[in-house]
Design a protein around this ligand. Structure first.
Ligand SMILES: Nc1ncnc2c1ncn2[C@@H]1O[C@H](COP(=O)(O)OP(=O)(O)OP(=O)(O)O)[C@@H](O)[C@H]1O
Length: 270
């Protein structure tokens, strides 16, 4: 039976993970002030895979992404309930060091946001903050390796002292990915990382995402169903703050179980 109009349907259809869960979210509810934005979300993020979070504008996908490294803590009206574990560690435990958590779970934002510093210092910032480099040589090695992994080294190796803000939009986004990688995170959260980029820069980032999953676990919010289909192994479809469907990407797109997912993937709304 379908839910009557204007009544939230809380049903979630989940195809269980085949691999290992890196992050496990259970019964997550979230409010901004009086307004509830997430309802009883249960979602596992598979290790060394890309999980795409999709859904119409305002459905809560960015909000959910931000619960995974407690970025919502910076919003005073925001209240989170539930249980979120990273390799079994409760990330909302009262004694948890949030700075350490955000080193384990890095983030790349919609608009490339390099610091107003040199290319080198952008990447060196995190390792310096967390005391990860034993010497100047070691720091240079980390910066080079991070830029290489982000596919940017060849383009910037001769201009490391120049400002990061002087790079093209696509290069800036790869610089932000290098900055995230430099602290050796376990998970990288990406919130519409290509929405400010042209198709060529987007294609480069998508290729990079595919390479990165070998070493990292990735969760990506995207408005583009094509992008979700190209880069992810699992997809979670959100609607009105509810996780409607969650499973292998191909199944969600070609054989969705729920009518709300069917309507979204066939372009009937959103
Ligand atoms: N800082 C905030 N304060 C109050 N309400 C917020 C805040 N951020 C988001 N919301 C509300 O929470 C709901 C979910 O928003 P969210 O940004 O997570 O959705 P989204 O699916 O990522 O949307 P979009 O695709 O447009 O970015 C929306 O109703 C939004 O208005």
């Amino acid at each position: 039976m379908t839910a009557p109009m204007n009544t939230l349907d809380f049903t979630t259809h989940t195809v269980p993970l085949e691999g290992v869960a890196k992050i496990s979210a259970k019964s997550v509810n979230l409010w901004y002030g009086e307004k509830q934005a997430l309802y009883n979300i249960n979602l596992e993020v598979a290790k060394n895979q890309v999980t795409a979070l999709i859904g119409p504008s305002g459905c809560g996908k960015s909000t959910f992404l931000r619960t995974l490294n407690r970025m919502n803590d910076t919003i005073p009206s925001c209240r989170v309930q539930g249980d979120i574990r990273l390799d079994g560690d409760d990330i909302y435990a009262p004694d948890l060091d949030v700075v350490h958590l955000r080193a384990r779970v890095g983030m790349v934002f919609q608009k490339p946001n390099p610091f107003p510093k040199s290319i080198f210092d952008n990447v060196a910032y995190g390792p310096r903050l967390h005391g990860l480099a034993e010497s100047k040589d070691h720091l240079e090695h980390i910066v080079k390796a991070s830029l290489e992994r982000a596919g940017l080294w060849k383009e910037v190796s001769d201009r490391l002292p120049q400002p990061g803000t002087g790079l093209s939009g696509g290069q800036q986004q790869r610089l932000c990915i290098a900055r995230a990688i430099a602290v050796s995170p376990e998970v990288i959260l990406m919130d519409e990382p290509c929405s400010a980029l042209d198709p060529i820069a987007t294609a480069k980032i998508e290729e990079l995402i595919d390479e990165l999953r070998e070493n990292f676990t990735i969760a990506i919010v995207t408005h583009s169903m094509q992008q979700a289909a190209r880069v992810s192994q699992r997809t979670a479809f959100f609607h009105l703050g509810v996780l409607v469907e969650n499973g292998p990407t191909e199944g969600v797109f070609t054989n969705p179980v729920d009518k709300r997912t069917q309507d979204y993937v066939t372009g009937r709304f959103g």
